[in-house]
Design a protein around this ligand. Structure first.
Ligand SMILES: Cc1ncc(COP(=O)(O)O)c(C=O)c1O
Length: 348
């Protein structure tokens, strides 16, 4: 979801960005008007997440999936091993991408529990190029409460695609954070990368320019045409986030929404949560009504109540309530009513 006020403002600017008489989709990405949008988006990101000066803010494309390949291509030399924490499907995909052309090591994994819990502390290889983890596991419904600790001097890399800016993020503990914009930041098409500048020059000479973080940092994210509209809407979402009181405030709201739902599921005789208590995500609440047929009936209740998108990911089935930043409290109220009605029907 995107915040409704953001969508309204975006709609106005489709015909004329500000007073320019030219719509946002028609402005040159190298003109001053879009330059101001890009600069404002970066400034808001720096303010919201307290991004230190030694961390570059990059606006890229290709989704988190391209980062799965760019991270090892830029940061791991031929002689190095890259370490991965395997906490879900997306972590596995990041690992597979790194494994396809170099040495990798599984530092910890929760695959044995079918990703219902988080992996234990990482056991790293000797001087790995970096340690990679996924802060929120969108499909499994688990989330790290705090970042894992890599050995001294080992960069910590985070795929934050499904919880970026849903809570404060410690950019002293991390060396590279990336996220596809489409969950909490804006429309699909933009990938945000926050990278410590000391990592920019690690890429081997053979790496094509477009795949190098340094290329994008040096060109102010304008090496090629950036996803102008996604950046524009993201800038509006960042403004909205500031108006909400910033990341602490949005984290409180997300936590309260998630607790209301988890508490209700815990109290239910009919519904069961999928993941361990300590691993629960405040972004993706994964649960089941007790089997395929019951889940389908639950989804029908949701549909009648005007709630969409609660079908669990096809790989795990069941149900999933995604509580991304723009989800209003009223949607959680409505879902709790649906649960009451569903339980009452079951009792008949
Ligand atoms: C945690 C996580 N990582 C990576 C991805 C893949 O993102 P993209 O489609 O932007 O490549 C997703 C998509 O949902 C995700 O949730």
């Amino acid at each position: 979801m995107l915040p409704e006020p953001v969508l309204s403002v975006a709609r106005e600017h489709l015909l004329s960005l500000g007073e320019t008489g030219i719509g946002v989709l028609e402005h040159s990405h190298r003109g001053d008007v879009f330059g101001d949008v890009l600069a404002s988006a970066e400034a808001r990101i720096r303010r919201l997440a307290a991004v230190p000066d030694d961390v570059a803010v990059l606006f890229l494309q290709g989704g988190a999936s391209l980062q799965f390949a760019m991270v090892p291509a830029n940061l791991r030399s031929r002689a190095d091993t890259a370490d991965y924490i395997i906490s879900g499907t997306w972590a596995m995909k990041a690992f597979e991408a790194a494994r396809s052309d170099g040495a990798v090591h599984v530092a910890s994994s929760s695959q044995d529990s079918d990703f219902r819990n988080l992996p234990g502390p990482p056991e790293c290889s000797d001087q790995p190029a970096y340690l990679h983890y996924t802060s929120n596991n969108t499909i499994a419904g688990t989330q790290f409460a705090t970042p894992p600790t890599p050995p001294d001097g080992v960069p910590l890399i985070c795929d934050a695609s499904s919880d970026i800016f849903s809570r404060p993020i410690d950019l002293h503990a991390h060396d590279l954070v990336y996220a596809g914009a489409q969950k909490n930041l804006g429309p699909a098409g933009l990938t945000l990368v926050l990278i410590r500048r000391t990592l920019l020059e690690r890429a081997p000479d053979s790496l094509p320019l477009i795949h190098r973080y340094a290329t994008h940092a040096q060109s102010g994210s304008l090496y090629n045409t950036p996803p102008v509209f996604s950046i524009f809407v993201t800038e509006l979402v960042l403004e909205w986030l500031e108006e909400q009181g910033g990341l602490e405030s949005i984290a409180d709201r997300n936590r309260i929404q998630a607790s209301r739902l988890y508490d209700r599921i815990d109290a239910s005789h009919v519904l069961t949560g999928r993941v361990g208590l300590c691993a629960r995500s405040s972004m993706n609440v994964v649960f089941s009504a007790g089997g395929k047929e019951a889940d389908t009936r639950f989804l029908e209740h949701c549909r009648r109540a005007g709630l969409a998108g609660l079908k669990g990911h096809r790989s795990v089935g069941g149900l999933r309530a995604s509580l991304y930043n723009a989800q209003p409290d009223a949607a959680v109220d409505r879902l709790l009513e649906v649960i009451d009605a569903f339980e009452a029907e079951q009792a008949e």
